[in-house]
Ligand binder design. Sequence first.
Ligand code: SF4
Length: 906
Amino acid sequence: MTVITATIRLARELRRDHDRGQEAAGRASWPTAQIMPLSAWLADTWKNGLFSDHPATAELAANRLLRPAEERLIWEDVIRSMAEDSLLDIPSTAEAAARSWERLCSWAIPLDNELWNESLDARTFLGWVRAFQARCQRNGWISSAELPASVADFVEQGAAPVSGEVEFAGFLELSPVQQRLIEALRGRGVKVRESAHTDEAGDAVCVGFADAGREIRAAAEWARHCLESDPDARDPAYRVGIVVPDLDQQRNEIERVFGEMLHPRNRLRPELDPTRCFNISLGRPLDEYPVIQTAFLFLGIDPGDLSVERAGRVLRSPFLPGAAEEMTSRALLDADLRAVGAPDLSLSDVIGLARKRKGADGCPILVTRLGTWSETYKTLQNLRLPSDWAPALSAFLRDLGWPGDRTLDSIEYQTLEVWRELLSDLANLDDVFGRVPLHQAVDVLRNLASARQFQPESAPAPVQILGVYESSGLRFDRLWLMGLHDGVWPADPAPDPFIPIRLQRRYGLPGSSPNRVLESTRMLTGRLLSSAPSVVVSYPEREEDADLAVSPLIRMLPETSAAGLGIPPPGDDEGFRGDDEDISDASALEVLHDHYGPASDDVALRGGTFLFKLQAACPFKAFAELRLGARALEEPEPGLNALDRGRLLHRVLERIWGRLKSHGHLFAATEEGLADLVRGHVEPEVRRILGGRIGRNPRLAEIEQARLVRIIGEWMGLERQRKPFMVVDQEEIRSVEVGGIEVNIRVDRVDRLEDGKLVILDYKSGECGPADWAGARPDEPQLPIYAVTAEAEVAGVLFARLRTGELGFRGLAESQDIAPGIRVPESQPPIAQTIGDWKAVLNDLGRGFREGRAHVDPKDPAKTCRYCELPALCRISQGTVELDEPDEAEQPQVLDVQEEPENDRG
Ligand code: SF4
């Protein structure tokens, strides 16, 4: 007997059941069961028909069944050649057209109906279909959508050999073409039956959770609970099913949570246990696997035009020879490239910099491979047929040393097998594309990879996580149906976008009307509820701002709670388990919240005033950056970055006040004299800071000079309006003790008034104001640090805001005449009192840092984490903190260079 299944998974499971049954019966060997998915059976029967001597198939013998990848590319080519809309997304449109074509064939919808004239989309699609058919006919191709009808023809004509008994398993409903196939088999005397399935529901309960995150966690808890407590769980055939309607959208989160719950040790060392006790049915597009991403990275690089970002990915890739031996030197080379500051370079630039690294810091293996890269690339500049490109691309990657010299793991190994199939698919496309250049061949290969869903084979796992379709026909010992809220179950009707709606309804296409959707969902619900003796159905009660309710199709089930399922209530950390070596013996571990690193008593502290800023913003960030040395690589930008601009401004102002020295001299200077003074300092500083970048873009220097001359000229007008002062300190580094920490501080400027009191100034170009110094976690603690360590009485603590169109002083002063724009409200406490409060705050922050306080505790997650470089280290995104999109006003402005002065850091 032959068993034909609706899915590959069902065929696999039935074969395993069959083999177990044979083993249990004490047999040592047995014939392979004829169990296969419908697609495989159709292809086999078609081939057998073609190779038979039957006269009905003689003229078809030269016909060829298209591979899915070819079919998709032919659709793309047909649509591209007929598209009038240049904005059309051809690959997605081709995918949709192929799906519609499959429906047309399955539901035997005629092409000569007048309803096709109803809409432009339908008419356009009909044109594509006719062109696709003509092309297939001309070349002797047959598409997979036409295969069932062709096989039915063969069977009816007696051209294809068939077995005496056939069972169809796991089909929810049969399409008209499948029914025709069954009738054809019966006409040949084949005994056909559909596999028996009971509609008797198991012992089912329903449970709601606050949101989808808690629902996933509860399902993972429950799966673990089943494996630990169900006496049948030690049977190798034991199966827990988790069925998720929108598995494609939730896959990553589900994989993470189930991994943490069932294999907590893998959080740190995923390589320790490649055979997990859960399996997710949904594959990923092939081009999302790292080894394939790297192949496309290498194939897509033009050695003469390389971005720093891409060069960095090459240097950090584990799929180049020498990646392990030269890991550190390649990482340092990446930092070198970014320090050059040019966003674009060439492979020769990279090789040149790499050659400068000597001894233990060198990377000779890399230099050799990059040299080969440049040479081999030159040989790939002519037009070739896809069948020539396939070996050429393969040889190019081999010459580069891809996929590296380390031992590949099982997933990578399987991925490379599929890669070879992909190259073979490319080699079969000569008839579709003809001779093409390198970039087009790589694009075609990339399209093939993104269309190829790939799921590496793994050992049979007791927990199976599946989409609704993949669960067809499967039986489980326990089943959890997730996400069945009223918004998705039943789903909204999703009629085909190209087939006229009236035709769809006339021929009863699934999804074509609310009644049709309701009917299939009802049937599906019945099947799912009867797939296991014990079923849990869950739903989230909220999604973002919307309240959700249980699906009306499962409302009749008795309600239960997490406790009723034997799992901890959501949010209860007691449920966290730790031992995954033998899951059935696992027990709850004590949870230890460790938010402290080692105290810093014996450690030289780095960071200066920046230390206090980081500790106030997020203790973990301060610990990671200043104690662990975690810092992101620089991102080169064209022209000046924010730090360069801040540095320029500070340098020029320092030089100008170094000449003027006092308010009196400023007052005495003529407009022209002052303008000359400003220009005289701006030009050399711009040249110094821009350095070699001027050569690449001389206009850049001119624009920056003009901007600085204008802004500093206007600023001097404000300084003129101040009370008389002498500049007594500029950018001078002092060593002081704050909060028990000895720090080097460098104040932008200190002025002394005629009464001897001090005004402390900090140049800023971004948003700033006295609110930045408020509370126990000040955003900008630098000025408070200068104030509490000042050597004389302080009369003012001011931000000098130098931003085009927004010049002005902001801050605290004892009187309004200290600087224009400063207000002194009656409620303002004396400055000495404020400085006392700051001292207490700084002491507290300093103590926290010294004690090793390292909580992941951003002051304002939406702002603090937004531009932080460490989310991968602190894993904030795996917690509950929401990072909303910032308002435009929150976007970082040009920064103050003093935020990260080099000598403030160490
Ligand atoms: S991302 Fe947020 S929580 Fe993480 S270190 Fe940065 S500021 Fe702290």
